[in-house]
Design a protein. Structure first.
Length: 376
């Protein structure tokens, strides 16, 4: 993007600005003033595109953008540099007039309006808040119970039922959103979130409704690749074979476990939900390890996180084989399986076929009891 001086564009009529892929961002953040500085940042590359001082709460950016891109504004009230900014606001940088307003001066709480993608993003955030409120109610119910009651099977079943209802409500709401926002960039994010929690055919059908422009965008093509990978790992499909180093740098192949039931578990030491799920995996492993069952862990940690990965294995008592190429989200197995979020797992039978996915908590225990209960 070409950086442009604000003053030069103030003299141009808006009609002329509208003829090109030019944007104007006008903001008002209470009475914030110098030395406060606000930065315009590309959310994908993390590159700073421009920066201006805030005067009496007001700021403005004007420039050009070839296509809509995810971006964010970040505010440093002491002008001590971009890296020391404490407040930020995500939005879509695109052609047109974008307004950013928050009367108290808190950038994170600002309302962004004025262009199609930002209008869609606001609607999406409202759905997020509604689903989040359901999660909060479930947490409140768990916290209201005493320590003994929290361990009761009755409460666990009730919580499981509420969480399933929340998940079902979320899936329904996000799919409806995508169908009614066929050219909104946020629809790609919604479908990416749905890939591993919703039926593949429903997600693929929703993707087909998107405009050609959106499907041909870099993110749209990436999502198409993930959907293609997802189709290859449908229940009943043969699990794709891969090889990867273990914790001692020995190369281990998934094929070496042929003839066993294998729970292929994708996780990372930095993933809080993964770590919370690990006790359930430990319990399952020790219950069925002598019944032709094992777990194969694949970590999405990076080379710089190797020590944390090894420490997490020890702390969480993960006694099964652990693999990682230490490439983070570029992990070769994760890409092969189209993994867009973790924790994620795949239950593979002795013939190499995937028989279940995304099993957690009681669902994992029940599926293993159903499948392995009578194994010798």
């Amino acid at each position: 993007m070409k950086k442009l001086t604000t003053a030069a564009f103030l003299i141009l009529p808006l009609a002329l600005l509208a003829q090109k892929n030019e944007f104007t961002i006008r903001g008002k953040l209470g009475d914030v003033g110098p030395p406060a500085k606000i930065y315009l940042v590309n959310a994908e590359s993390k590159a700073v595109l421009d920066s201006v001082f805030v005067t009496e709460g007001a700021f403005q950016f004007i420039g050009e953008v070839d296509t809509p891109i995810p971006a964010y504004l970040t505010l440093n009230k002491n002008d001590s540099g971009f890296r020391n900014s404490k407040e930020s606001k995500f939005f879509y940088l695109e052609k047109g007039l974008i307004t950013v307003n928050e009367s108290s001066g808190k950038l994170g709480e600002a309302i962004v309006t004025g262009t199609p993608n930002n209008a869609a993003n606001t609607e999406y955030n409202q759905i997020d808040k509604r689903i989040m409120s359901l999660s909060e109610k479930i947490e409140e119910k768990k916290n209201a119970a005493g320590a003994d009651q929290q361990q009761s099977e009755v409460l666990k079943k009730e919580i499981e039922k509420l969480e399933k209802a929340r998940m079902d409500e979320g899936k329904k709401a996000y799919l409806q959103f995508v169908r009614s926002h066929r050219n909104a960039m946020i629809s790609l994010m919604a479908l990416t979130e749905l890939i591993y929690v919703e039926d593949h055919t429903k997600v693929a059908a929703a993707y087909k409704t998107l405009t050609s422009e959106l499907k041909n965008s870099p993110k749209g093509k990436q999502l198409a690749d993930q959907l293609s990978a997802r189709q290859k790992i449908e229940i009943g499909s043969f699990a794709p074979i891969f090889s990867m180093p273990d914790t001692s740098n020995n190369i281990v192949s998934l094929s070496s476990l042929a003839g066993k039931y294998v729970l292929l578990d994708m996780w990372a030491s930095w993933c809080a939900p993964c770590r919370e799920e690990n006790p359930n995996l430990v319990k399952a492993y020790h219950a069925y390890k002598d019944k032709n069952f094992t777990i194969l862990g694949v970590s999405l940690d990076t080379e710089s996180d190797k020590k944390k990965w090894l420490a997490a294995i020890k702390k969480d008592r993960l006694d099964w084989t652990q693999l990682s190429d230490l490439k983070g989200w570029n992990n070769e197995a994760a890409k092969l399986y189209g993994v867009a979020g973790i924790p994620q797992n795949f239950l593979i039978d002795p013939s190499g076929k995937i028989i279940a996915t995304n099993l957690r908590g009681d669902e994992l225990a029940n599926k293993l009891a159903e499948t392995l209960g009578n194994e010798n």
